[in-house]
Design a protein around this ligand. Structure first.
Ligand SMILES: *Cc1c(COP(=O)(O)O)cnc(C)c1O
Length: 466
């Protein structure tokens, strides 16, 4: 399988190179040159397979040329063996029509584990083939940081430096990062906001000499391998609810557009997807883009769903490319315009291409609270605020009532106990596998939010390339 950049001028690469590169050299994002196709017969054959076997079948075409089937199975077995539920991503029924797909049974209690546990395995495999070393640098407002740290802790060929804004992530989220005491893990609390931390990381990548010396790599959802891993659970859930004989709708709490784009990929591969609901909180750039064609950046408002407090969705570029006719040169121009003015209109082709499958809804704090209460009253389910945004949107979907609607439950309620308690009166407790989180020792550096302080810290500790 070869991969092409959404901006049309970076070289096409194989899966291994795309995984290690992350972003394309022309600033674009990688996508498969063409979508693999699953026939109704192929989908029927997934019935009853375990999560790992489903993953092997669904991902095999994407890794062809870089990993054999047996190798892929080994990596998936290692990655998904760390989940606490045997089904990895179990379905829970809420009423005759609505379902939750629980994606939070991984080590750090959010759906990001599904992709990052596999990415950790892929990095290790590819780096040992090349005898190379990687320095992961990232900024986190919560879930990505802990999932990435867990996925690479203790790995010999990787160091990870994770910046978080001091005092602005929840105690659970901070402790999930800072209590990992492996020698290759470096947590840094920055005096500043998440945006400041993010800007510092960008500046490090833009320093070409520094980036080359330490072989810097990112783990945010621009990495194709993460999206690929997320395609699997759309197949797994749909097959359990009757695909390919009937179509299934999905509602996805959305921030960077990675998770819901994986649903789009599943549909391109032949999975019967009735609709993809893009659920946003009041930071609604995607809702405006999909309903009115207006992709213009507003001010980020802090909400009870921090992982969706985003005003630019990096993976949206992938949809604009694929649904808009795959014209990389034209998209590069369009994105340059957006980067300069922070606003753009979708083309007619992009709007039509998107509207075939996507719909969207903006859910405010009241809508979120009501969905949490409904899930509890209707089915005894205590759900997290992000999942509640998805569920509120799912319940507003305009579709024949015979179509099952699956809401992706992206985090465990215990990650956001205060918001959950406010809505339902119930304070969710941490599952036993992370139960002693508050007794563990923490270690992290506190640094001023300046480029010099952070690069000096990294340069002293990271492994330079041979
Ligand atoms: C990251 C995250 C999201 C948003 O997912 P995207 O792929 O960025 O759209 C939603 N919910 C939770 C809990 C998350 O951690």
């Amino acid at each position: 399988m070869h991969y092409v950049s959404t901006r049309g001028s970076a070289p096409a690469l194989g899966f291994e190179d795309v995984t290690l590169a992350g972003l394309a050299s022309d600033g674009g994002l990688y996508l498969p040159e063409s979508w693999p196709c699953f026939s109704a017969e192929d989908i029927r054959a997934l019935a009853g397979l375990s999560y790992v076997e489903t993953a092997v079948r669904v991902m095999a075409p994407f890794v062809a040329g870089s990993l054999g089937e047996e190798e892929l199975r080994e990596l998936c077995t290692a990655a998904y063996g760390r989940f606490s539920h045997d089904a990895v991503t179990p379905l829970v029924q809420l009423d005759h029509r609505h379902w939750l797909l629980e994606l939070f049974h991984g080590p750090t209690l959010a759906f990001k584990d599904v992709a990052l546990q596999l990415l950790g395995q892929l990095f290790e495999r590819f780096l040992s083939r090349r005898d190379d070393h990687l320095t992961i640098v990232g900024a986190t407002s919560g879930d990505t940081g802990s999932a990435a740290i867990d996925a690479v802790a203790g790995r010999e060929k990787i160091d990870i430096f994770m910046l978080h804004p001091e005092g602005r992530v929840s105690d659970v989220q901070r402790r999930q990062m800072t209590t990992v005491l492996a020698p290759n893990v470096y947590n840094i609390a920055i005096d500043g906001s998440f945006d400041d931390a993010q800007a510092l990381v960008k500046a490090m990548f833009n320093d070409a000499a520094f980036a080359r010396r330490f072989n810097l790599s990112a783990v945010n959802s621009i990495n194709w391998a993460r999206l690929m891993a997320q395609v699997v659970y759309y197949f797994y859930a749909a097959v359990r609810l009757g695909a390919p004989e009937r179509a299934i709708a999905f509602s996805v709490p959305t921030g960077n557009f990675g998770d819901v784009f994986a649903g789009y990929v599943a549909a391109q591969m032949g999975l019967p997807v009735a609709r993809l609901m893009v659920a946003t909180n009041v930071n609604d750039i995607l809702h405006r883009a999909l309903s009115e064609g207006d992709y213009s950046q507003g001010q980020v408002v802090a909400t009870a769903t921090p992982s969706m407090d985003i005003q630019v969705s990096s993976n949206f570029e992938r949809l604009l490319f694929d649904a808009g006719g795959r014209d990389g040169k034209a998209l590069a121009e369009q994105m340059k315009g957006f980067e300069a003015s922070k606003a753009m209109r979708l083309t007619n082709a992009q709007r039509e291409g998107a509207s075939a499958l996507f719909t969207s809804a903006r859910v405010d704090a009241d809508g979120m609270t009501m969905a949490m209460r409904w899930a509890y009253d209707a089915a005894g389910q205590v759900i997290d605020p992000h999942s509640a945004i998805g569920l509120a949107a799912a319940r507003s979907i305009d579709l024949d009532p015979s179509v099952p609607v699956v809401t992706l439950a992206t985090a465990h309620a215990a990650k956001f106990p205060t918001a959950v308690e406010r809505a339902t009166g119930i304070r969710p407790s941490l599952p036993s596998r992370v139960g002693d989180l508050f007794a563990r020792e923490e270690a992290y550096a506190k640094l001023p939010g300046t480029f010099d302080a952070v690069t000096a810290y990294v340069a002293e500790r990271a492994t330079p390339r041979a």
